[in-house]
Design a protein around this ligand. Structure first.
Ligand code: SF4
Length: 242
């Protein structure tokens, strides 16, 4: 390895360790899944480099991405869907919410988070002193998994490039993942949501805050306090006064 290359690697390691320190992590975690995450920090984001389903990259609009998605048949989820739920909100949102996949009402309407969980998300957004039209709301997969099961690996793999392109197009300051599937997918980890939530992570150079899914909160209202703590951290980062 050339001296210049070595210096670049060391600079990246130093920057990564500083990032960890800022997140309150004092020791270096050498578990394989953690090293995989650290390894990605120096990759060129596939959303910028282009990938299997995402040939276009920088500068494309959400409409262009939607047009490219078309009447998608790229994974088996197309068989049971009524409507593709592409996502909605401001194309210049500072904050993007990413859920897991559409449910019954979303599949019928073609809009994300419109059922009871969506109504709770609306309340969370309002508590953040934001309007739904100011944020962007989308999911890991855009078609409803049958019986609301978790999306399978191949379904996520087929759909994720479009989400990456949407986020690259919006370029938000913060991503808030809702629930376990979204957090684990984007962070490439198997750690439970209860461990991941409560602090910022990095994803493709963007701050990412995992929190509980509103549907989980409907079943476990005692966890709302933790979501409020997560939300307050996002507000502080976005400089929204309490
Ligand atoms: S879930 Fe995504 S990849 Fe699968 S059919 Fe729907 S839009 Fe296409």
């Amino acid at each position: 390895m050339k001296t210049a290359d070595l210096a670049q690697v060391l600079a990246q390691v130093k920057s990564s360790l500083r990032d960890l320190q800022q997140q309150g992590i004092e020791g270096f975690n050498c578990r394989p899944e953690f090293l995989r995450i650290v390894g990605r920090w120096t990759e060129t984001p596939s959303c910028l480099a282009g990938d299997a389903a995402g040939q276009k990259a920088e500068g494309e609009s959400l409409k262009e991405i939607k047009d490219d998605l078309g009447n998608c048949f790229r994974c088996p989820l197309h068989k049971g869907r009524s409507k593709i739920v592409f996502g909605e909100g401001s194309p210049k949102a500072r904050l993007v919410f990413v859920g897991e996949g559409p449910g019954y009402e979303e599949d019928r309407s073609g809009r994300p988070f419109v059922g009871p969980a969506g109504q709770l998300l609306d309340k969370i957004i309002a508590a953040m002193k934001l309007d739904r039209s100011e944020v962007y709301i989308c999911n890991i997969v855009k078609c409803r998994p049958p019986g609301n099961r978790n999306p399978a690996e191949d379904e996520i793999e087929a759909c994720l490039p479009f989400l990456k392109r949407q986020i690259a197009s919006i370029a938000p300051e913060v991503i808030c993942t809702l629930g376990s599937v979204a957090a684990k997918t984007l962070l490439g980890t198997q750690s439970p949501i209860s461990i991941l939530r409560g602090r910022f992570h990095q994803w493709m150079g963007i701050k990412l805050m995992p929190t509980f899914h509103p549907a989980y909160l409907l079943r476990n209202p005692e966890r709302k306090r933790e979501v409020w703590e997560d939300v307050k951290k996002i507000m502080a980062f976005l400089r929204i006064p309490l």
